[in-house]
Design a protein around this ligand. Structure first.
Ligand SMILES: Nc1ncnc2c1ncn2[C@@H]1O[C@H](COP(=O)(O)OP(=O)(O)O)[C@@H](O)[C@H]1O
Ligand code: SF4
Ligand SMILES: [Mg+2]
Length: 368
């Protein structure tokens, strides 16, 4: 499968006050989105999901700055720290990558009709377009995606929250961006509006209006329903990546495992709801803990975990986890019979039940 978005070594920070140390909201994150794919990003509140969404969608504005990283978006390469990247980003925003931000429905101006919003969006990218052409283009797209054409003539308050969210999603993709970054698009929507939005997003992909989605959510049921693969973030970093079902139900990383254990099953196999029961709290991103950032909360932490950054270990086909304990388990599994048994058996907890036995570990690989 070809790569549609490649992010390598992205670090981004907020510097609110010049005298204060910055908030290291995203630190050395590497991810890949393949052609036709929906990639989920999940993790506790404050772990850097929205910041990553801002960077991937090229919406980086003060106090946020990118301190390192490289992006490739539908064949366009950007080095995020080189002069001139902002100009390049400006030209690509909306056309190559679009953001559906958290609370997107609120971007509609209450005093202007939806058609005015459409015109503003299209005109900013296509200065010569007439109002009539812009509205006609939107009307065709609305019909294609089963949204009522008459919504274009309304003011936002005349639409339900769910419809406003769908309208913004469709207008954000009018320029056929290759990639849509959707940041918790269904939060604050009732169940039927959630379903309608998910259907709409599936329609965008099926019709190849967009070619891939990064779908940020902390709702695990949605990850299962919508995404092919998922990346789990903790304290500004990606800790595990892989096919959604594998990551959620055969978690390798102790944090993913803890996140899943903090989930209650409401209806067998289908509906899940997060409850906050992971012991301790996420660390400050101003001064995150050294070594593995999860070590103060990790039930299987080892001495090395508080000293050194964990390696990114391949734990199965298309699966990686950044963890010393997983690395040790993999090494033991790969060792010839009789050798390495004294290497210290890992704790009995379930993480790393990786069906990854026999696969090597790759400290170079970006999480992908
Ligand atoms: N505008 C901002 N100024 C300073 N810090 C911010 C700002 N926005 C987010 N942060 C901080 O960056 C970190 C990551 O936040 P965010 O990306 O919003 O996480 P998530 O979307 O996973 O909840 C948090 O510590 C948050 O407090
Ligand atoms: S590296 Fe160590 S502290 Fe971090 S998750 Fe793995 S075992 Fe736990
Ligand atoms: Mg967020």
């Amino acid at each position: 499968m070809s790569e549609l978005l490649v992010a390598e070594g992205i670090s981004a920070r907020y510097r609110v006050d010049a005298d204060e140390p910055p908030v290291r909201a995203v630190d050395d994150v590497s991810i890949v989105l393949h052609e036709g794919e929906s990639l989920g990003i999940a993790g506790e509140s404050g772990c850097g999901k929205s910041t990553l969404a801002s960077v991937l969608s090229l919406n980086v504005h003060p106090p946020l700055t990118v301190t390192s990283g490289r992006l490739e978006l539908a064949g366009h390469r950007l080095s995020l720290t080189e002069p001139g990247w902002r100009r390049q980003a400006e030209a690509m925003r909306g056309k190559v990558v679009a953001l559906l931000p958290q609370g997107a429905m609120n971007v509609l101006n209450p005093t202007r009709r939806v058609s005015d919003f459409v015109y503003d969006v299209l005109q900013s990218h296509m200065p010569g377009i007439s109002r009539k052409e812009a509205v006609e283009r939107a009307a065709e797209r609305f019909e294609q995606l089963a949204l009522p054409r008459r919504a274009l003539d309304t003011y936002p308050h005349q639409l339900s929250g769910g419809m406003r969210q769908r309208v913004v999603a469709v207008v954000s993709t009018l320029l056929d961006p290759a990639v849509l970054i959707a940041d918790e698009p269904t939060s604050a929507l009732d169940v039927s509006s959630q379903r309608a939005l998910l259907k709409l997003m599936a329609g965008l992909l099926e019709r190849r209006i967009i070619r891939g989605i990064v779908f940020i959510t902390h709702e695990l049921a949605l990850l299962r329903a919508v995404t092919h693969r998922v990346a789990i973030m903790y304290a500004g970093q990606v800790v595990e990546v892989g096919p959604t079902e594998d990551v959620l139900f055969r978690s390798a990383h102790p944090y993913t495992k803890a996140l899943m254990d903090a989930t209650i099953v409401l209806e067998t196999g289908t509906r899940r709801q997060r409850i906050e029961t992971i012991g301790g709290a996420p660390p400050s991103l101003v001064a995150p803990p050294p070594g593995c950032r999860f070590h103060p909360r990790c039930p299987v932490a080892m001495p090395i975990c508080s000293r050194e950054t964990p390696p990114v270990v391949t734990v199965g086909a298309g699966r990686t986890a950044a963890c010393w304990w997983v690395a040790e388990r993999m090494q033991q599994a790969a060792a010839p019979a009789g050798a390495g048994a004294a290497g210290g058996a890992g704790p009995g907890a379930g993480a790393g039940e990786a069906e990854a036995v026999g696969e090597g570990h790759d400290t170079r690989a970006a999480s992908q």
